[in-house]
Design a protein around this ligand. Sequence first.
Ligand SMILES: O=C(O)C[C@H](O)C(=O)O
Length: 300
Amino acid sequence: MSVIPPPEKLRVTPDAIEEAAKLLYIRALKILPDDIKQGFFRLDASETDGLARSVLATMIENIAVAERTENLLCQDTGIPIFNVQIGRDVELDGWALKQAIARGTERATREHPLRSSVVHPITRVNAHTSCGAHVPVINIDFVETPRTLRLEMIPKGSGSENGSFLQMLIPADGLAGVKRFVVDAAIKAGGKVCPPTILGVGVGGTSDLCMHLAKVAATRPLGSVCADAEGAKLEVELSEAVNSLGIGPQGLGGDSTAFAVHVEVAATHITMNPVAVNVQCHSARRASATFTPEGVVIGF
Ligand SMILES: O=C(O)C[C@H](O)C(=O)O
């Protein structure tokens, strides 16, 4: 009888996570992902408004200057969010992972140094660590990919985060109510969310899941499509609707209000119809580290 040895586990140390968290926070603040850069060029090519084109040109130059001079894309260092995807056959100490992410975030803030944008919500005291109760936000998910651990860092800027809306619609409001809510949210947000944006829409679930889905949608790479066919149809329709509002780059008018509208859906209750909007500003920053037995790959 042959005995197949169990697969070797991927082991990631807290030190490696801490270093990656520090590096990713700083990298995300300086280098925009390629899909977002391409998104700018696509909007620039189709924009019909002269002022909007000059705003887009300034944004494109800002991206190049930040990269060339190793400077920040925006002064807003955001609320640090880490999305952790743990594959099969990965061995780690979950508590140590959370501590390591916080230590990496704090070190990035102190050692770079970065402006800490995180305060206590009642006293408004800033510990100048970019950390606090429940911050960094850490989302953990388990995936099938063997011996892989992916750490994604998203510095979520406040101007766009303030353009978050949730409505517990009822089934009688139908899909028409969902669409109306999203378009109204885009109008209400106007230029305050630093367009062109990725407008993230959550449909279904519970109130908290719906809002979370909107954030997932807002932070998805450009070019990605909702896995649900009905959600994908809604993405096309809402992208057209939002870009016909005339809000334009920084709210100064034009066609380029959103790079895209992204939708994520979850099953919901028979008597519920929740919809949420979360906005990603034009500085749609993210960075990732993928750990495998072969080493670490840094990317977007
Ligand atoms: O945090 C800031 O510096 C400002 C923020 O990015 C904003 O859009 O209001």
